[in-house]
Design a protein around this ligand. Structure first.
Ligand SMILES: Cc1cc2nc3c(=O)[nH]c(=O)nc-3n(C[C@H](O)[C@H](O)[C@H](O)COP(=O)(O)OP(=O)(O)OC[C@H]3O[C@@H](n4cnc5c(N)ncnc54)[C@H](O)[C@@H]3O)c2cc1C
Ligand SMILES: NC(=O)c1ccc[n+]([C@@H]2O[C@H](COP(=O)([O-])OP(=O)(O)OC[C@H]3O[C@@H](n4cnc5c(N)ncnc54)[C@H](OP(=O)(O)O)[C@@H]3O)[C@@H](O)[C@H]2O)c1
Ligand SMILES: C/C(=C\Cc1cc(O)c2ccccc2c1O)CCC[C@H](C)CCC[C@H](C)CCCC(C)C
Length: 406
């Protein structure tokens, strides 16, 4: 009688979960050992978050950065299940989705990422727009189009949070709006991009200066309302009229993850061993933004796509090792550096001793991200589109000229 198939359930199809599923499907399984791999995500698509900004300037299209899981997984043995995870019963090894579907598992991978903290400032939840999903980008796009049609002198945008997302967003919006835009970044710390390499910080400061983006340092937000924001600086409150408030204040762990009966750190992240297994639960792996792990050399792992991408390789390998009775590998994080977009056709890159900025950094960043796309098939489709885009734009312009003549 054949043994029932072992089931690996992966919760979250982002940089941690999707890349773990793809890695698992590529490993050499004996037929008798082949597990059932189930990937669960609330969305029907993956989202290459580092390129989300490019939707706002029409540099990229949604299908390029948010391919459907069905397409990405079509040549694999991974089963995709769309649904919102609402409960995780560690004791009975059961996952419950919001539509009451239940999935039992033998091994679990927790990779549901983080969320934007909108609950700490009055009005933020109602009037501020986070920037973490395709839906957020579409919501922002809709607001921008509404404001661009109005006959008002300036479009006033406040971006709360002067970290990576806030700075990259400010540069993109400044390039989109041009002289019509009046953009300000509100940062509570003494400096923007405080964890970024000095070269990238300098490039970003110059890019923001060249785009007349105003920066309020050591400033917090007391409240957000429909058309104004109250800023607090050294005890003084100032009310500023705004048309849009964007909320890029960093990542926090979701209540669902915080509530799990597992070891958490002070930020609510799940603590793992260097093999990315959850403390006291070797049958559960956790990676990406929701996990805290130290690697084999004791390095603390940052909450970045780069780290989740590398962890996925080890999570896939270690699950295979566990099921085929091989030794597991302790995760070794390799910090390859950092890249940031700073407007259209402009970027900065520091990595492996190399520092680039401007258009060459922009090209390099794009090519590296193309290489990091989840499947070869998607890489080819996007690469072809990028190579033929100048011709597409030329033909569109010809069409436009002919339409104008009629
Ligand atoms: C705008 C932006 C730009 C960024 N740019 C960079 C960059 O250039 N370089 C870099 O290194 N990092 C970047 N990051 C950070 C990086 O995106 C994250 O660190 C990375 O995505 C974390 O990977 P993850 O797998 O933990 O989570 P994610 O990639 O966020 O994936 C989590 C997945 O879980 C799903 N999910 C969550 N909750 C549930 C639920 N309850 N039920 C079902 N599914 C659920 C989500 O839909 C999502 O698909 C950026 C972040 C943002 C917001
Ligand atoms: N290009 C890239 O590599 C890239 C791009 C985007 C995101 N990421 C990664 O993704 C994660 C999230 O990035 P992020 O830019 O969203 O967050 P982030 O890098 O943590 O920056 C958020 C900034 O907002 C500040 N802040 C928080 N609450 C605030 C408030 N109420 N008012 C004013 N300022 C406030 C934070 O200050 P405090 O630090 O004092 O809280 C911080 O400086 C990070 O780990 C980052 O490394 C990387
Ligand atoms: C900084 C680099 C990689 C780290 C990294 C950053 C991310 O934001 C990611 C997001 C999602 C997944 C993975 C990552 C990620 O790994 C790149 C370092 C590149 C080196 C500096 C080498 C640079 C190449 C040469 C200068 C020239 C290449 C020319 C050609 C146009 C490509």
């Amino acid at each position: 009688m054949t043994e029932p198939q072992t089931r690996i359930c992966i919760l979250g199809g982002g940089f941690g979960g999707l890349y773990t599923a793809l890695r698992l499907s590529q490993l050499p399984w004996q037929k008798s050992e082949q597990p059932e791999i189930v990937l669960v995500d609330q969305n029907d698509h993956f989202l290459f978050l580092p390129l989300l900004y490019e939707l706002l300037t029409n540099e990229l299209q949604s299908w390029e950065i948010a391919p459907a899981f069905a397409d990405l997984l079509k040549d694999t043995n991974v089963q995709f299940c769309q649904g919102i995870v609402s409960e995780i019963d560690i004791e009975n090894k059961q996952v419950k989705l919001q539509d009451d579907l239940q999935i039992s598992y033998d091994y679990l991978v927790l990779a549901m990422g983080g969320e934007t903290a909108l609950d700490k400032v009055p009005g933020a939840k109602d009037y501020a727009i986070p920037f973490r999903s395709i839906a957020d980008a579409y919501r922002l796009e809709e607001q921008l189009r509404r404001l661009e049609t109005l006959d008002q002198d300036k479009i006033r945008i406040a971006i709360v949070g002067g970290g990576y997302s806030g700075v990259e967003l400010a540069c993109k919006l400044a390039d989109r709006l041009g002289t019509k835009g009046r953009i300000r970044i509100i940062e509570q710390a003494e400096e923007i991009l405080k964890t970024s390499p000095e070269f990238n910080q300098e490039s970003a400061r110059n890019a923001l200066l060249n785009r007349q983006v105003w920066i309020d340092l050591e400033t917090t937000v007391a409240a957000v309302e429909v058309n104004k924001i109250s800023l607090e600086y050294r005890g003084e409150i100032d009310e500023i009229p705004v048309d849009l408030v964007l909320w890029t204040v960093g990542t926090q762990v979701s209540p669902l993850v915080r509530s799990l009966p597992l070891k958490h750190n002070q930020r609510g992240q799940i603590v793992t061993t260097s093999t990315l297994q959850v403390i006291d639960h070797p049958e559960i792996f956790a990676l990406g933004d929701l996990a805290e792990s130290q690697d084999a050399d004791g390095q603390k792992i940052p909450t970045t796509a780069q780290a989740a991408f590398q962890q996925a390789d080890y999570t896939g390998w270690n699950l295979w090792a566990l099921l085929t009775r091989r030794p597991l590998l302790p995760f070794r994080y390799i910090n390859l550096g950092e890249m940031m977009t700073l407007g259209t056709n402009n970027a900065t890159l520091t990595g492996l001793g190399i520092k680039l900025e401007g258009q060459f950094a922009h090209l390099t960043r794009r090519l590296i991200y193309l290489y990091r796309f989840p499947t070869f098939d998607h890489q080819i489709r996007v690469a072809f589109n990028w190579m033929t885009k100048p011709l597409q734009d030329f033909l569109i312009s010809i069409d436009q000229k002919m339409a104008d003549r009629e």
